[in-house]
Design a protein around this ligand. Sequence first.
Ligand SMILES: [Zn+2]
Length: 340
Amino acid sequence: MASSPPAPAPAEILRRNRILSSKLYLDVPSSKAPVVYSPTYDIAFMGMEKLHPFDSAKWGRICKYLTKEGHLQKTRVVEPLEASKEDLLVVHTEAYLNSLKSSFRVAAIVEVPPVAFVPNWVVQRKLLHPFRKQVGGSILSAKLALERGWAINVGGGFHHCSAEEGGGFCAYADISLCIQFAFVRLNISRVMIIDLDAHQGNGHEKDFANDERVYILDMYNAGIYPFDFAAKRYIDQKVELASGTKTDEYLEQLDKALEVAKSRFQPQLIVYNAGTDILDGDPLGRLKITPEGVVIRDEKVFRFAKDQNIPLLMLTSGEALLLIFLQFVPPSYGSDDVLL
Ligand SMILES: [Zn+2]
């Protein structure tokens, strides 16, 4: 006699219900491009914009450039909703979300000690709200990728944050969240994460430890943060680079890695974390990739997806902003009159 499959655990039912009742999966009309962005992504925090407008509005600048150059009409950009607490609870624990009500905790996550002394309502409004908006963008972008073949969230990619622990400027696990939403709402069961940020993506690695539905290819500088040896065990395919790796060698390694990935796993969605901290001169990434090399890298990943007809979601990776915080937090932080 055939036995019926085991009933899902209560936690799994709760997660599923949260995903099904979420408002983040907006209907996006075909007149819009699969490019997701909101002006609220940009962190205007403690006068940073005035000090260094070029960097502190990174995501806005990308969109401005694209519209100015005629690649994208402003009206075609998709504006996401902010991820609500219920949305975040799909992956995060209540205890973790509560911990973000402490500015001290957030300061540790973003690795900027002065944030500890900023009132939490300010931290929520100026820092965590933009992050939650970007999380909403990542989740919506997975849906768009399935509908259109590709989608870009001009933000997100907080790959150091896992369900229970933030770090490295990443407060919410948007990669884990967008994949969990995709499993339930998009009826897929195989996802490949291609993480080409200069740092190891230890957040999603911990979240999908031993989850056979997710294949992780991570290529990173092994000589820099986060040195998460426990999380390394969960990488299906790791390519460890040395500081100072140059463009030719980098691209050669990427070609080989994509070939291997192709032979090992057939995903229904690719989540591409496209950190640009591999650029030559980035003090955190410590690799020596030229701007042209970064473009070729992105083209290779897009071609990899297109050749196999696999929807691709690109995230711009979060932590570049860390640099801005470290360099440009003014000494008068914490005083309301310097807030933008
Ligand atoms: Zn990075």
